[in-house]
Design a protein around this ligand. Structure first.
Ligand code: GDP
Ligand code: MG
Length: 181
């Protein structure tokens, strides 16, 4: 078993976005299969790993759960982007400021990825809190979808809390995708 584990390919995925959008809960959900009852604010970066079987190949998904606060980032940020396979840009669908904040994260990614083409994903989290009876104070899906298109990202809405995950692309109909437990 141990030789199998050491031989599997590792995919490094960076999870980026403002404080409080649910990055820690999402990575916890993906790796531990649970919504944590209590989360501490992340300091610097936490790593979580998950082994996946994809088409018969063993893949190690390594999630880098980063802290949003600028003061933790300065010295570390180049390490975050080194050899990264994908970046998840997370916002909170009930917090428009976290959506506006993405511009700065995209800029950080651009500055640090040194010309590499990194696959990037837009993730609107806390979809369980979306209230369809009102529009103010929420990030509308169409707006996020065009933002994703403009930046060449795939767009998902998720809830780390109740396991929703939906790919939103507006064209071929949106699909519910389930988390692999
Ligand atoms: P981070 O700063 O981006 O790592 O955010 P955290 O993962 O620490 O989550 C911040 C707060 O949002 C916590 O109180 C979580 O319980 C809550 N939270 C995270 N994801 C969800 C979600 O999908 N739905 C709801 N309702 N709350 C969430
Ligand atoms: Mg965190």
């Amino acid at each position: 078993v141990s030789s199998l584990l050491t031989r599997c390919r590792t995919f490094k995925v960076l999870v980026i976005g403002d404080s409080g959008v649910g990055k820690t809960c999402l990575t916890h959900r993906l790796c531990a299969g649970q919504f944590p009852s209590r989360v501490e604010a992340t300091i610097g970066v936490d790593f979580r790993e998950r082994l996946l079987d994809i088409d018969g190949e063993r893949i190690k998904l390594q999630l880098w759960d980063t802290a949003g606060q600028e003061r933790f980032r300065k010295s570390m940020v180049q390490h975050y982007y080194r050899n990264v396979h994908a970046v998840l840009f997370v916002y909170d669908v009930t917090c428009p400021a976290s959506f506006s904040g993405l511009i700065a994260w995209i800029e950080e990614c651009r500055r640090n990825s040194l010309g590499q083409e990194i696959p990037r994903f837009l993730v609107g989290n806390k979809s369980d809190l979306r209230d369809s009876s009102r529009t103010s104070g929420q990030v509308c899906q169409e707006r996020a979808m065009s933002f994703a298109k403009a930046h060449g990202m795939m767009f998902f809405e998720t809830s780390a809390k109740n396991l929703q995950m939906k790919r939103v692309n507006g064209q071929r109909g949106d699909r519910e995708v389930s988390y692999q437990q």
